[in-house]
Design a binder for this molecule. Structure first.
Ligand SMILES: NC(=O)c1ccc[n+]([C@@H]2O[C@H](COP(=O)([O-])OP(=O)(O)OC[C@H]3O[C@@H](n4cnc5c(N)ncnc54)[C@H](O)[C@@H]3O)[C@@H](O)[C@H]2O)c1
Length: 268
């Protein structure tokens, strides 16, 4: 029931730290992978690496906020492999200007930066979901996997815009799950993974000191995590395969924490 060999997966932000790890996992399972991102110099080498693992892989250049580029990517993918079975919306992250540092307050919220991070994370999930979801609706089959965050449900200081955008992704996940079920049928499912804390490009300055050691904030995160550590990217693989496969075929609209217990711990 976990067999996903031969499926076609699209991963936005596919050369990011978490996206690339998921892409490698899918390639190892025999999935054809399309990496969607803005920079060919990062996407092309990853596609070559994935092709060597076994399945076919391509890079499609598109910003997740660019409808026309995403339509072109979809057409190229369908022309090559005939379907889109899995979409992982992994592009996104926090932006430094949208963070309220400890010496600042709500009065310092930069509205443009807040809007920017909302747009990237929310619309950067909504737009690809619509473009690739249209193909899944035609097929009456597909699995959409959004990426939420611990910040969506409980308060994590500083990251006000990012938190709002991820809470909106949880809501959109549920809305789209019902929409697809009612308008298309149970073949198209929409779920989300809520990762705990992993050191990646978009949070490196918050989580590490210039010398690479854990920042005080990262140490606070570790203290608030029952497992007492940060996550490793490959610890998201199980959730990805679960949602991409028939193992989850009666499951839609859910948000699965993969967080070492962070989300269920009071901290005491
Ligand atoms: N790292 C964590 O602890 C953590 C926790 C929870 C959720 N997440 C989420 O996981 C996802 C992946 O992030 P990551 O942590 O691997 O960070 P990352 O910075 O390594 O990867 C994010 C990728 O998104 C791409 N991207 C950004 N804007 C884009 C755009 N407009 N169009 C196309 N691509 C764009 C970036 O180029 C990058 O490759 C994000 O949604 C992030 O919010 C991360």
């Amino acid at each position: 029931m976990f067999d996903i060999k031969g499926k076609v997966a699209v991963i936005t932000g596919g050369y990011g730290v978490l996206g690339a790890s998921m892409a490698r996992c899918l390639a190892e399972q025999g999935v054809h992978v399309a990496i969607v991102g803005r920079k060919p110099e990062k996407g092309e080498p990853l596609a070559t690496e994935l092709s060597a693992i076994g399945a076919e892989a391509i890079f499609c250049q598109a910003d997740v906020l660019d409808r026309d580029a995403l339509v072109a990517a979809r057409e190229a993918i369908v022309a090559k492999w005939g379907s889109v079975d899995v979409l992982i919306n992994a592009a996104g992250g926090n932006m430094p200007g949208a963070t309220i540092m400890p010496d600042k307050s709500f009065l310092d919220i930069d509205f443009a930066a807040f809007n920017g991070v909302m747009n990237l994370n929310l619309m950067g999930t909504v737009i690809p979901t619509v473009i690739f979801g249209e193909q899944m609706a035609k097929q009456k089959k597909g699995s959409i996997i959004n990426i939420s965050s611990m910040t969506a449900q409980s308060v994590v200081t500083r990251v006000v815009g990012y938190s709002a955008s991820k809470a909106a992704i949880d809501n959109f996940t549920r809305w789209m799950a019902v929409e697809m079920a009612k308008k298309v049928g149970e073949g198209v499912r929409v779920n989300a993974i809520a990762p705990g804390f992993f050191i990646t490009e978009q949070n490196r300055t918050l989580m590490t000191n210039p010398d690479g050691s854990l920042s005080d904030r990262a140490k606070d995160v570790v203290r608030a995590t029952p497992f007492g550590r940060l996550g490793e990217a490959d610890e998201l693989h199980g959730a990805v395969v679960f949602y991409a496969s028939d193992a989850s075929k009666f499951i839609t609209g859910t948000v699965l924490p993969v967080d070492g217990g962070f989300s269920i711990f009071s901290g005491v």
